[in-house]
Design a protein around this ligand. Structure first.
Ligand code: FMN
Length: 256
């Protein structure tokens, strides 16, 4: 063994290598953090635009999002909240925080989300008092896990403008068909409410187009009745009294 190969020297080289590597990894994490956050933000904006059917290819997402304002809403009262910064508020984190959410009992928890946050976000296209489109986040259980998406309503706060899921664990070709553009195209123009009641539902099978209730029904996903039921339940939950119902009623009445 030459005197270069001492145990002490080996440990010193290994330590020096560890320090250099950890500095490099930490520096990369710090330097890339703003870019990562910008990507997360852009991805969320893209999902919101896509759900509302507003996403245009070839136009920067931030430019398309310029006409959309995020607002925080007290889900119980339905009123806008001014002291929460909607651009940084993390609704899903709030849903896990006992100080910012409440446990739902099994009768109420039709979407199977466990806890519901006190404050929710809404995305308003155009003027907040007379929105062109209102987009709400929705989530709930599918067959294999929680499905996360957005539902958009037109200015009458009744007609559905679109729906889209950005995260789910459903099986490709079965429940995963929630991402199929052909199925998503069945939603725009459907009516969410009949009077004050949530009426929209996703049914097993195909909607009879001649039926007087066809406007409130969407075809189910074939071979995926459980995902279909999950989508129906979560949409009804978030449009209902325990979701964004109070806010949507206030908005309709011009009182939000
Ligand atoms: C491997 C596998 C994956 C499945 N994935 C889904 C799914 O993502 N969503 C769903 O509703 N059903 C899924 N199913 C089918 C359900 O177990 C159930 O049979 C189905 O929801 C019944 O729907 P149908 O009445 O339309 O046939 C899956 C079944 C298997 C064997």
């Amino acid at each position: 063994m030459s005197n270069k190969d001492t145990v002490g020297k080996t440990i010193r080289v290994a330590l020096a290598l560890c320090i250099v590597c950890s500095v490099l990894v930490s520096a990369a994490a710090v330097i890339l953090k703003p870019a990562q956050e910008a990507n997360v933000q852009e991805d969320r904006q893209r999902n919101i635009l896509a759900a509302a059917g507003l996403l245009e290819a070839g136009v920067p997402v931030s430019e398309q999002f310029a006409n959309i304002t995020a607002r925080a809403v007290d889900l119980d009262s339905g009123a806008f909240i001014e002291d929460v910064d909607a651009d940084i508020f993390d609704q899903l984190a709030a849903a896990k925080d006992p100080a910012q959410s409440g446990r739902l009992d099994s009768e109420t928890d039709t979407a199977k989300i466990g806890r519901r946050e006190n404050v929710g976000l809404v995305y308003i296209v155009g003027d907040a008092n007379e929105p062109e489109t209102v987009i709400i986040p929705v989530r709930g259980a599918g067959l294999w896990g929680q499905m996360y998406g957005f539902l958009a309503l037109e200015s009458d706060i009744e007609t559905i403008a679109g729906i889209g899921f950005y995260e789910h664990k459903e099986t490709p070709g079965l429940g995963g068909e929630v991402d199929n553009p052909r199925w998503k195209s069945l939603w725009p123009g459907k009516s969410a409410f009949r009077g004050d009641e949530v009426a929209i539902e996703v049914i097993k099978g195909s909607v009879d187009r001649e039926s007087p209730t066809a406007a409130y029904k969407v075809d189910g996903l074939s071979g995926a009745t459980l995902t279909t039921r999950g989508v129906s339940n979560l949409v009804q939950f978030w449009l209902g009294d325990d979701g964004y119902g109070p806010f949507l009623s206030s908005l309709k009445a011009g009182e939000a």
